[in-house]
Design a protein around this ligand. Structure first.
Ligand code: CAA
Length: 409
């Protein structure tokens, strides 16, 4: 009897919707070309040796078991990247998750260089350098000079136009977006960005690489912020709007809590890095100054370096007094409930626009991206059924994303 109650509950229905997305929908990526077109990736090149790039190196080594070569602007940075990857491999051995043999094999497959000519034999080159158009274009111009004609070039840009980056290439059809989420080893999503000129071979290769990395890939169009950063960018912008307005950090986090995301917005900003976060928000504001919030205070917080206070283990304990001072000064005009209401309406509006623009093929793709890339909770189903249930869809566009609506909590 108890089981019957559980399996007829709305929570169960919402979980089943999410389960089907992750188990079935994800296995048939919409818009994917014939997998047979994929080229075989036997050597990976990574441009950049910072934290993000080093996390890529670790993942490619472990999952693809092929040689991985990294480069950066100085030997010191290359050495730091190599040391990070080797230390992480050691940690896995200590935890009993990796055999010493595998560690040695992966470590032997890893190398660093200052000479791009060493990338000549790579079949796949990905960059994780600073989010600036000119820097990325310069990287790919130099990479294209040395690699073979069939080498696929991938950018991990989080909010720049892939098409614009590819403009400097002789063969722009070989470029794809390959967007990871923090923490790279943990978040299952990869947004594979199909720029207007990306050809089927490049997309098929990106899908195969994603699969080999054991990630769930969703194909998106080359639209600012793709899926997850467009929605998280909106949410984080609204959180900053609220603190700028004089609502305390705690209360803003509370206002957003019903969405059930695993991290409060300020922890999330610290996870992705305040600089990176500010950059993503700038890009989104550049995309639509009407819908996205321009946040000067996040730039100030990024300069200062933190928002949260933490205990000795790194767990958040409160909010830094200096950070509180940085955002102080606004005049509060909304209750916590109004912040939430406006947030969900804004999210519904953004998702409707994304579907109308064809950023992804369906509302299910958006739900899948948010579950896999931002930890959207299973028990709420997906973000689109949730926005239907709280009435945001109806209010914003007079209908719902799903007909009939998907029940849930
Ligand atoms: N870095 C590396 N690994 C981490 C980590 C971190 N900051 N935080 C947790 N982990 C690892 C843990 O070591 C653990 O790994 P093992 O299973 O191998 O031991 C695993 O993650 C789970 O850790 P916890 O049990 O502590 O998990 P949790 O329940 O606290 O979840 C979380 C941690 C997965 C990070 C979760 O809070 C989450 O999903 N947060 C949302 C993150 C998110 O939204 N990311 C997207 C940001 S946008 C972006 O990245 C794109 C961009 O372009 C800026």
């Amino acid at each position: 009897e108890e089981l019957e109650k559980l399996i007829s509950s709305d929570q169960f229905r919402a979980s089943m919707y999410a389960f089907n997305l992750v188990q079935k929908h994800a296995k048939n990526p919409q818009g994917a070309p014939d997998p047979k077109l994929a080229i075989k990736v036997q050597k990976v090149g990574i441009v950049g040796a910072g934290l993000m790039a080093s996390q890529f190196a670790l993942l490619f080594l472990r999952r693809l078991s092929v040689p991985v070569i990294i480069t950066d602007v100085s030997q010191e940075r290359v050495d730091k990247g190599l040391a990070y990857v080797r230390a992480e491999l050691d940690k896995l051995v200590e935890k009993g998750r990796l055999s010493a043999d595998d560690r040695n094999r992966f470590s032997a497959n890893l190398s660093g260089t200052l000479d791009l000519a060493d990338f000549a034999t790579c079949d796949w080159v990905i960059e994780a350098v600073f989010e600036e158009m000119k820097i990325k274009q310069d990287v790919f111009t130099r990479v294209e000079e040395v690699v073979r004609e069939d080498c696929v070039l991938a950018t991990n840009t989080s909010s720049l136009s892939v098409d614009e980056i590819a403009k400097v290439l002789k063969h722009p059809e070989r470029m794809v977006g390959f967007h990871f989420f923090n923490p790279v080893a943990v978040m299952p999503l990869l947004e594979v960005v199909k720029a207007p000129k990306s050809n089927d071979v490049s997309i098929a290769t990106a899908m195969k690489v994603a699969k080999d990395l054991k990630k769930t890939a969703v194909i998106t169009s080359d639209s600012t912020g793709f899926v997850v950063n467009r929605l998280l960018g909106y949410l984080l912008g609204e959180a900053m709007r609220a603190v700028d307005e004089g609502i305390p950090f705690e209360e803003v986090a509370d206002a957003i809590a019903p969405l059930g995301l695993p991290m409060n917005p300020f922890d999330l900003l610290e996870l992705v890095g305040l600089q990176v976060g500010a950059h993503v928000l700038d890009s989104m504001y550049g995309f639509s100054s009407e819908r996205f919030y321009k946040t000067e205070s996040l730039h100030k917080l990024a300069k200062y370096g933190k928002i949260r206070t933490k205990d000795s283990k790194g767990n958040p304990t409160g909010y830094d007094p200096e950070a509180i001072k940085i955002v102080a000064g606004g005049t509060r005009s909304r209750t916590k409930e109004q912040v939430f209401e406006q947030l969900v309406e804004g999210l519904a509006k953004e998702i409707k626009l994304m579907l109308d623009e064809g950023v992804v093929a369906s509302a299910e793709d958006i739900d899948l991206c948010m579950i896999m890339g931002a930890g959207w909770p299973f028990h709420l189903g997906g973000i689109t059924p949730y926005l239907d249930r709280v009435g945001a869809s109806q209010k914003v566009f007079g209908s719902t994303f799903h007909t009939p609506m998907i029940k849930g909590v």
